[in-house]
Design a protein around this ligand. Structure first.
Ligand code: ADP
Length: 248
């Protein structure tokens, strides 16, 4: 189900903060439709890497390409977002007083293409899209309940659904299962796995059991560059990776 060609391409990217190289000649290629997990000890540069992709942090060196045409170094954050790059931060930020349905509707309206949004609303297109997303995130039965009554896991799924309303091509997801129950984690694994193929998904996660349950390919970051890359079995048996995790 993985399409061909890279959707995201970072080449020799470096970022320094006050002379400290948080990202050091990082090379990363994400294929179209791929589900990739990024792991690595604290301070490895995972957050900084996500910040570079969304344009929040500017690299000092290197290049960042989205698809084959878009040089992200020439774009600001809103421009990059409008290419179809959505980011989900660790803490859910849903509108608790609004219903699940209204949260999804609002996420669509937040799109800058207001006219397209209004047209879509009039033709029922948004409703159809919301219905599809509700099924994906498993919240159809709760669609008219306020988001405030949702469990932590359900809020995380709703927020992923809000990102899906914009039909992103690349979703960046930061520690999706932190604070989730075992059952919620299983459901999240199903959700993220089902999204891949339709869009590319990059997940930063600490929970190795979860990473093993979803990842086809894992990238291990260490000191701002790629230490190892491959299947979970390959990277977890890599002596360099073992040293970094056990030595931490
Ligand atoms: P991770 O997400 O893998 O834990 P980070 O990307 O947050 O790693 O951080 C990588 C390194 O860069 C850390 O040593 C961190 O202290 C440093 N760092 C990150 N952001 C800044 C900043 N804005 N100013 C100074 N140092 C930073």
């Amino acid at each position: 189900d993985v399409r061909h060609g890279p959707i995201l391409y970072l080449e020799d990217v470096s970022v320094s903060f006050d002379g400290f190289k948080a990202i050091n000649k990082l090379n990363l290629t994400i294929d179209d439709g791929e589900l990739r997990c990024i792991i690595g000890p604290n301070g490895a540069g995972k957050t900084t890497m996500m910040d570079i992709i969304t344009g929040k942090t500017r690299p000092n060196e290197g290049s960042v390409w989205f698809g084959s045409r878009h040089n992200l170094l020439h774009m600001n954050e809103p421009e990059i977002a409008s290419l179809g790059i959505g980011r989900k931060f660790q803490k859910p930020t849903v509108f608790e007083a609004l219903s699940v349905f209204e949260n999804l509707e609002l996420a669509m309206a937040a799109d800058k293409r207001i006219l397209a949004t209004l047209t879509a609303r009039m033709t029922g297109e948004i409703q159809d899209h919301i219905d599809e997303v509700l099924v994906l995130i498993g919240l159809t039965a709760l669609r008219h309940r306020p988001a405030g009554i949702l469990s932590h896991g359900q809020k995380q799924w709703l927020e992923i659904g809000m990102l899906l309303m914009q039909r992103p091509r690349l979703l960046l997801v930061d520690e999706p299962v932190a604070g989730m129950t075992e059952q919620e984690m299983e459901r999240t694994a199903e959700l993220l796995t089902s999204l891949a193929g339709q869009q590319s998904v990059v997940v930063v996660e600490h929970d190795m059991g979860f990473v093993r349950s979803i990842a086809r390919k894992v990238t291990v970051l260490h000191q701002g560059s790629v230490l190892a890359e491959g299947s979970m079995d390959q990277v977890s048996n890599d002596p360099k990776v073992i040293e970094v995790y056990l030595g931490a």
